[in-house]
Design a protein around this ligand. Structure first.
Ligand SMILES: Nc1nc2[nH]cnc2c(=O)[nH]1
Length: 376
């Protein structure tokens, strides 16, 4: 077998080593962060490593995906449907992981017990929500300046809090409220300062605004439903379920987006924009390929965090990524750095710290009650 074909096996093996801690098997008491069953006992170094890894995936994926998306539009890319397709088109890259995972895994954890129909319904439903979100996200990115876009996107945390309360029985504490408010404030700060709209025309503003709000609601609903599906339908403790969920939902979203490209007739313009891309044809293809890889990384991170912690936590990290994107723009696109960006990032970090502190409290409480149980 060529060495490169073994890459997915090594990656699976690495993730397995992190995830399947020997202590990750017994049920857990509910915590204020209302995590999934599989996450309960993982708060060892492995748990923190997983969180760090998935967080990195989200931050890097969101930053690269958003900036490359803007690069596509700025250099002659015009197709909304193409911008939508590439947000989920990286999914087939996960096929080798799904096929080779059983080779790498010695885990005896049982596969999902739900019927194929139920599982298919979950993948199709969530896949369609992803396609809808990606489409509206593409419109938002085209019709709004980045900072306004970040502001409106920040509402997703409030939407998620609402959905998580009803769908995931999320319990709220002062620290979680603090975290939501601080992260919303950080993104708002970026949005309210005036930034030239650039090529964005003002008559498209109301449409861009409405679609970004709708995307935020759809994104949050999709996150909460993903957590609910892990808990109620898939019920698997293995990391394979994260790969399967990411693969199938994004694959179906990509198929729905390709249908959209043809039905809308936009496919006729693709050849033209390919030929006229300002940076050249190779750059056009590479831009789309790297957008797809960036969003795939983002999706694995987001679904991974839902699996290991919760949909709200995953959304906290996704929202933390919003003020991080302009910082990356400073580094890679030489955008100007100003005090507002730094303050927004500091506030976002504080919001994130609040959420993590709640996890630390939950963890300590769990450890104490376990010790008390052991002493009896
Ligand atoms: N609505 C929405 N869609 C996304 N797709 C990738 N990231 C995001 C996000 O932060 N919000």
């Amino acid at each position: 077998m060529p060495k490169v074909a073994l890459l997915p096996v090594f990656v699976c093996e690495f993730l397995k080593m992190i995830i399947f801690a020997p202590e990750a098997t017994s049920p857990k008491p509910a915590t204020s962060s209302q995590e999934l069953p599989s996450s309960s006992n993982l708060k060892s170094w492995r748990w923190w490593l997983m969180i760090s890894l998935f967080t990195l995936f989200i931050l890097a994926g969101q930053a690269a995906g958003t900036l490359l998306g803007r690069f596509y539009y700025n250099n002659g890319g015009k197709s909304i449907w193409m911008a939508t397709i590439v947000q989920s088109a990286g999914a087939p890259l996960l096929f080798p992981f799904v096929l080779l995972y059983p080779l790498a895994s010695s885990s005896s954890s049982s596969p999902a017990t739900a019927s194929a129909v139920k599982i298919a319904a979950v993948y199709i439903g969530i896949g369609l929500l992803i396609a809808g979100d990606n489409l509206m996200y593409s419109y938002g990115l085209l019709y709004l300046p980045v900072s306004t876009y970040s502001l409106v996107c920040a509402t997703q945390l409030a939407f998620n809090a609402l959905f998580a309360y009803f769908l995931n029985s999320q319990k709220f504490t002062a620290f979680i409220f603090n975290s939501i408010i601080l992260l919303t404030l950080a993104a708002t700060l970026l949005g309210v300062r005036s930034e030239g709209g650039g090529s964005v025309s003002s008559d498209k503003y109301p449409l861009g605004f409405t679609l970004t709000i709708a995307a935020s609601a759809t994104f949050s609903l999709m996150m909460s439903l993903t957590q609910l599906s892990f808990q109620k339908v898939l019920k698997s403790e293995t990391f394979l379920v994260v790969i399967q969920m990411t693969l199938w939902t994004n694959f179906l979203a990509a198929v729905a987006s390709v249908v959209g490209l043809f039905v809308s007739g936009e496919w006729r313009g693709i050849h033209l924009e390919f030929g006229e891309f300002e940076k050249g044809k190779v750059s056009y293809v590479m831009t789309l390929v790297w957008i797809a890889i960036s969003w795939l990384l983002y999706s694995v991170g987001a679904v991974g965090l839902i699996f290991v912690v919760s949909s709200l936590f995953s959304n906290v990290i996704a929202t933390l990524a919003l003020p991080v994107v302009p910082i990356f723009a400073v580094v890679f696109f030489h955008d100007s750095m100003d005090g507002v960006k730094v303050i927004a990032l500091l506030i976002a970090t504080l919001g994130f710290a609040n959420y993590m502190y709640q996890h630390y409290l939950d963890d300590s409480k769990q450890k104490k009650s376990r010790r008390r149980r052991d002493d009896l």
